[in-house]
Design a binder for this molecule. Sequence first.
Ligand SMILES: Nc1ncnc2c1ncn2[C@@H]1O[C@H](COP(=O)(O)OP(=O)(O)O)[C@@H](O)[C@H]1O
Ligand SMILES: [Mg+2]
Length: 237
Amino acid sequence: MEEKIVGGKIEVQDLKHTFRLGKLDVPVLHGVDFTIRPGDFTALCGASGSGKSTLLNLIGGLTKPTEGLIRIDGQEISAMNENELCLFRRENIGFVFQSYNLMPYLTALENVELSLIFGEVKEEGRREMAMEMLEKVGLADRMDHKPNELSGGQQQRVSVARALVTKPKVVLADEPTGNLDSQTGEEILALLSELNREQKSSFLIVTHDPRIAEVCDHTIFLEDGLVVNQWREHHAH
Ligand SMILES: Nc1ncnc2c1ncn2[C@@H]1O[C@H](COP(=O)(O)OP(=O)(O)O)[C@@H](O)[C@H]1O
Ligand SMILES: [Mg+2]
């Protein structure tokens, strides 16, 4: 029987971030506030340079915020040290990147298995879970292919499988369709939306793609480091 996964609530309060480049301060986020409900499929929209990737990296615990609070599933990640963050990321966050970021010398199957290597699942169990996840993303017949033997869309499917196989509370995707043609991009968005409904992780997806609005529960608009607008769909979950 499939285990029911409940996504993590994401709380962001008065979040500020400034990059320091030598003596130069680059303020990027100026006090961002929002809440994402557990299991929501949320789009993060905004012009290039508005701070979307910075925000995603803060929520994913890849960057420490200058100021403000980030809580995921009740845990305050803005207060964690590097070791705690590393552990938290592994157990709770799945990342999907625009450029896939797969290991080039590993097969699709090995790339997905790698995600599970730090967890508690033993080797045979890992293989089985990875195979099942690759089947789910439609790559049953491509498990032994290396990334350069796959199309862009297929590579992104592998990276989606890699992000979701650990059943993370939160899935963060930074322009996951940015390198794909519109048809393939649409298929990836449909896949993400389907996995959100099935697996119940909370999804936060950075995108320029207006079509994503059709499948989202919640859309957040960022402009120059501030949330300028957001709206929620009122359909039942
Ligand atoms: N590591 C960094 N060091 C300095 N400035 C950065 C760094 N990362 C991003 N920035 C700056 O922060 C701003 C927002 O960048 P980013 O979050 O990547 O925007 P978006 O993803 O919305 O295009 C940009 O002006 C960018 O130059
Ligand atoms: Mg970006």
